[in-house]
Design a protein. Structure first.
Lengths: 246, 332
């Protein structure tokens, strides 16, 4: 299995505060990797580094072996890495369909016609279950729906790597199950490699193949969901050192 | 997919006829006075649309628009002085080119955002104005007179009107084009636009240059009706700020909005002539009301009214009046 994305000794700080310290891991092609950790552990910062919003103070990001560290977000998008935001961002003065269109019109490597972009936009909107809301203003839909529209926009850019930042936060049980299904479909049907930050353990533990755990900017564990659930350091990080299991 | 043959629909025929009528009827009235006023209307509409390109559609408010307007006026004046009447169209073209070039030269300003960009562009106007004042060969602080023998106000109205229609059509085509989408994205969320593969700088610079060129041509038309310009007139902030206000009142980022805003403003200044303070008071009060309570401007209220009529929305959704709104837990 090829390595699609590699994070190599990435360190990043804000002023004197280290948000990431020497984080390394590899993402296998067409796999789903979970990224978990307590609040403030650096997960979103890592996504921001990979997607080009920050240039790390040290370390490299490799896409299929090619160094993409420090490239701008638009370049990284054209290279096939798309991300969603923890608090969903959309173009609020435009319709849902127009929002998704941006993925196809500007996010892809090859230009497409307006009609093809519209077709694909409708396809992905239906894929995330929001086809019936295509003409609503983006400001009129709720947070979960905005996350889905964001996801559709990202998929519309035909990425090779998808970075999801808390996809099911705030979703009800049905929506969560739906998201778990479509994330698996994204891997299986579209062949996309996924790095998924999540706090809702039920969603990520049952979907991800590998999990990486961050705490205070450092990687403290990597392994299968089962291994991570039993890992002492991980449990300590979430629950504190005095908590003992069995 | 059903193809709508846009060329022959009856609505379009009516529109074309109306456009032709509005252009031709003033010519039949045989009054220079009316023609000059109407040309002024057209100039304001053109300017409101020019700032609409950069502000309404792209989200960057250029408070130095007067610089380009004045550059256009001065370039036209200088060329008329050298080559006579033919200098009017020639000068306007050169003015447009010069304004676009100056805009390109100031493109580093796009490192600034929001109000800082606005402040910096104000200084662009100051720079250009003071430079012109220094040039005694351009009339210094006094200004330039030109004479255009043989060019009647009919011709001036006609050409201004044609250019105005052209600009409006261009804005329409821009708004549905791919470039238009990119600009709207930059306006709504520039970071997200970058993350989805847009390179904002190229669009901002291009729109800046085009907006400058249009403003410069408007400056040329202004020269043609008054035949006298001076730095304090053509570099006056009214050509920047009031044009933005027109756009805001009418509805930024729309095609018809700036037209209504410009018509409203011009009517106010024409009917309350001599009462400049009252004009400004009324206009300013309306601008404040629009910004605070009805950010979509006139067009926003109009479209909201349609939606209320259709039952899709309630009054609380159109106006941002705090005590009328039900409490909202989630922002926006």
């Amino acid at each position: 299995m090829r390595i699609m994305l590699e994070v190599v000794n990435v360190t990043h700080k804000f002023g004197g505060l280290y948000a990431l310290q020497d984080v390394s891991f590899k993402l296998k092609e067409k796999s789903i990797m979970g990224l978990i950790g307590p609040n403030g552990s650096g997960k979103t910062t890592l996504i921001n580094v990979i997607s080009g919003i920050y240039k790390p103070v040290a370390g490299k990001i490799l896409l299929e072996g090619k160094d993409i560290t420090g490239l701008k977000p638009n370049d990284i998008c054209k290279m096939g890495i798309l991300r969603t935001f923890q608090i969903p961002r959309l173009f609020l003065r435009q319709t849902v369909l127009d929002n998704v269109m941006y993925g196809a019109l500007f996010g892809r490597k090859k230009p497409v016609s307006l009609s093809e972009a519209r077709e694909d936009s409708l396809y992905f909107l239906n894929f995330v279950g929001l086809g019936h809301k295509k003409n609503l203003m983006a400001s009129q839909i709720n947070v979960y729906e905005r996350k889905m529209v964001e996801l559709a926009m990202a998929l519309n850019a035909l990425p090779r790597v998808l970075l999801l930042d808390e996809l099911v936060a705030g979703a009800n049980p049905q929506e969560m199950l739906f998201c778990m299904e479509i994330v698996k479909k994204i891997r299986d049907e579209f062949g996309i490699t996924i790095l998924w930050i999540e706090h809702v353990m039920k969603a990520i533990m049952n979907v991800a193949e590998t999990i990486v755990v961050l705490n205070f900017g450092k990687k403290i564990a990597e392994g299968s969901p089962k291994e991570i659930a039993r890992n002492k350091e991980v449990i300590e990080a979430y629950l504190g050192a005095e908590y003992k299991i069995g | 997919m059903a193809k709508v043959n846009r060329k022959i629909s009856s609505r379009n025929i009516v529109a074309v006829i109306l456009i032709l009528l509005v252009g031709i009827i003033p010519l039949l009235l045989r009054s220079s006075f009316i023609l000059r006023i109407l040309t002024l209307y057209a100039i304001y509409i053109i300017l409101a649309q020019a700032v609409n390109l950069l502000a309404g559609y792209t989200g960057y408010f250029n408070f130095g628009n007067a610089a380009f307007f004045g550059l256009g006026a001065y370039t036209t004046a200088v060329i008329i002085r050298s080559v006579g009447n033919i200098g009017l169209p020639l000068g306007m073209l050169c003015g447009a080119g010069l304004a676009a070039t100056v805009a390109l030269a100031f493109s580093p300003l796009f490192r600034l955002h929001g109000i800082f960009f606005g402040m910096a562009t104000m200084f662009v106007n100051t720079i250009i104005r003071e430079y012109i004042k220094m040039r005694s060969d351009l009339g210094g602080t006094y200004g330039i007179d030109v004479s255009l023998p043989g060019i009647s106000f009919d011709i001036i109205w006609g050409s201004t009107y044609i250019f105005m229609v052209f600009v409006i059509l261009m804005i329409y085509r821009f708004s549905i084009s791919k470039i238009g989408r990119a600009c709207k994205a930059i306006r709504d969320d520039e970071l997200l636009a970058e993350c989805i593969g847009i390179y904002p700088l190229r669009y901002k610079v291009a729109v800046f240059a085009i907006s400058a060129a249009i403003a410069a041509i408007a400056g040329g038309f202004y020269l043609s009706i008054y035949q006298f310009i001076s730095p304090s007139i053509v570099f006056d902030p009214v050509w920047s700020i009031q044009c933005l206000n027109m756009m805001l009142i009418g509805g930024e980022g729309t095609i018809l909005g700036p037209i209504f805003g410009a018509i409203f403003f011009t009517t106010l200044s024409v009917t309350l002539v001599g009462l400049k303070e009252l004009q400004m008071l009324i206009f300013a009060a309306i601008v404040i009301f629009v910004i605070a309570f009805a950010p979509g401007g006139f067009m926003g209220i109009y479209e909201g009214a349609i939606k209320i009529y259709r039952g899709e929305k309630k009054i609380e959704d159109i106006f941002k009046i705090p005590f009328l709104k039900k409490s909202r837990y989630i922002q926006k």
